[in-house]
Design a protein around this ligand. Structure first.
Ligand code: PXG
Length: 434
């Protein structure tokens, strides 16, 4: 590698990065190794995806085998056995029994797919006037035009506009004044779900197809749902014939100590979007889980008609399915999808060790995820978290910074010793903050 110029990096300050690059060259288990041979503890599961840890031989073998057996075959009016096999295997952990699976290649595609399924479903049941979507402030639903429109991140839309017409947003639930330093779900804020009722009154239920939320907002800073909030959202959506979509791209596959957010918070939506952990990040893939009601409503009409005019060349890609099957095996064998619950107490105690640090404004946690919110530096929002992220990397720990919040989401194979190392590097870097 002689030049960094050609690769236009995603969501990166390209010029700043290329002036002082941070390169990860190898990975095994809980550890990355940097380009210059330093060990870096993975505090972020890559980008919330390597839930079973790095370099899993079983996945390597399954992918290698699949590549030589069947590298690619179409799934449009054709198919191959392993796509069915993987969908069937997913049934055993399907969130809330939503066991009809549409394959995609990423979280963004899963979101677009879910929104399109919602529109098609409403048409199929004679509710074609339902074309609007409701999202939420501080929601992240990927980067497709649908996803940025229902998403609630101003910065992700500013350059492009919100191109999807007929979208409105509920308020976010982040309330550090009432819910500061909460362990688990916050006490206050269930009433914010009534925003959906207000939007129904404003627009008319007959215009709204679906509401989409992350059960826990990950990338905007680990925002947990207040107690009772999701139940209320479910009740309002059902009462008004609005589909409830959970975006579980981050919360899916064990992050919260349960297989999905559906089980963590006990509220079942109609559609669940996933990606990331479905293949342990090794091969790009996503999946949209739909209820039988949604799926079956679409399986009407002439049998020779294509029921959903949607799909990707790589929907159900054989190599991704092989990676996914091997990943599910690991999750089951090592009980990783519930390991976050087993490790929860130690994790919680460790991260709340920073509650009284002078630079810390809030700490929150659930399963194997934590958000540590810093006090912003006067006139320079986000600067402290970025500096902390760089300092941690230089000291051997990968964390993720968003605004002034640090998100920690380690691989679910984490042991006590890693928690210790993580907190010690993080604490030292915190102490160096100015
Ligand atoms: N929905 C949610 C809830 C996500 O978190 C996506 C959709 C989009 O997935 P793809 O595979 O298209 O990127 C995501 C992605 C971060 C971070 O720093 C989070 C994501 C991606 C990159 C960075 O928190 N989540």
């Amino acid at each position: 590698m002689n030049s960094l110029d050609q690769f236009w990096m995603p969501f990166t300050a390209n010029r700043q990065f290329k002036a002082a690059p941070r390169l990860l060259a190898r990975a095994k288990g809980m550890w990355y190794e940097s380009h210059d041979g330093r060990k870096v503890l993975d505090g972020t599961s890559g980008l919330w995806c390597v839930n079973a840890g790095h370099g899993r031989e079983e996945i390597t073998e399954a992918v290698t085998r699949q590549l030589s057996e069947l590298d690619f075959a179409p799934t449009f009016q054709m198919a191959h056995p392993i796509a069915f096999e993987f969908a069937e295997a997913l049934q055993s952990i399907a969130p809330g029994g939503l066991d009809r699976v549409f394959f995609t290649n990423s979280g963004s595609e899963s979101v677009d797919t879910a929104l399109k399924i919602a529109l098609a479903y409403q048409r199929a049941i004679g509710q074609g006037s339902r074309t609007k979507f409701i999202g939420r402030e501080r929601g992240y639903h990927g980067v497709g035009f649908g996803g940025i429109s229902v998403g609630g991140i101003v910065g992700n839309r500013r350059q492009f506009g919100s191109q999807l017409g007929g979208v409105d947003h509920m308020r976010h639930t982040h309330d550090p004044v009432r819910n500061g330093f909460t362990k688990g779900q916050p006490e206050h804020g269930a009433e914010l779900a009534d925003d959906l009722e207000r939007l129904v009154n404003l627009h008319g239920a007959e215009t709204i197809a679906a509401v989409i939320v992350e059960p826990m907002a990950g990338s905007t800073g680990v925002l947990l749902p207040p107690k009772g909030y999701l139940d209320r959202l479910r009740e309002i959506a059902t009462r008004h014939g609005i589909l409830l979509i959970y975006d579980e791209v981050i919360t899916g596959f064990g992050r919260l100590g349960t297989p999905f957010g559906v089980e963590a918070f006990g509220v079942v939506p109609d559609i669940v979007t996933t990606a990331k952990g479905i293949t342990n990040g090794a091969i790009p893939m996503g999946a949209v889980f739909c209820s039988r009601a949604v799926h079956d409503a679409m399986m009407q009409g002439p049998v020779n008609a294509i029921e959903l005019a949607h799909g990707y060349t790589y929907s159900g890609h054989p190599v991704a399915c092989a990676a996914g099957l091997a990943t599910l095996d690991i999750y089951a064998r090592e009980q990783l999808l519930t390991r976050g619950a087993a490790m929860h107490a130690k994790w919680e105690t460790a991260v709340h060790g920073f509650d009284h640090h002078p630079m810390v404004a809030d700490v929150r946690n659930y399963g194997l995820v934590a958000g540590i919110e810093l006090k912003p530096r006067e006139g320079a929002p986000g600067a402290r978290a970025y500096e902390l992220f760089v300092d941690c990397f230089n000291s051997g720990l990968l964390v993720r910074a968003t605004g002034d919040i640090i998100a920690l989401s380690p691989p679910l194979i984490i042991e006590d010793e890693h928690i210790g190392t993580m907190m010690s590097i993080f604490g030292d870097a915190l102490d160096r903050l100015k």
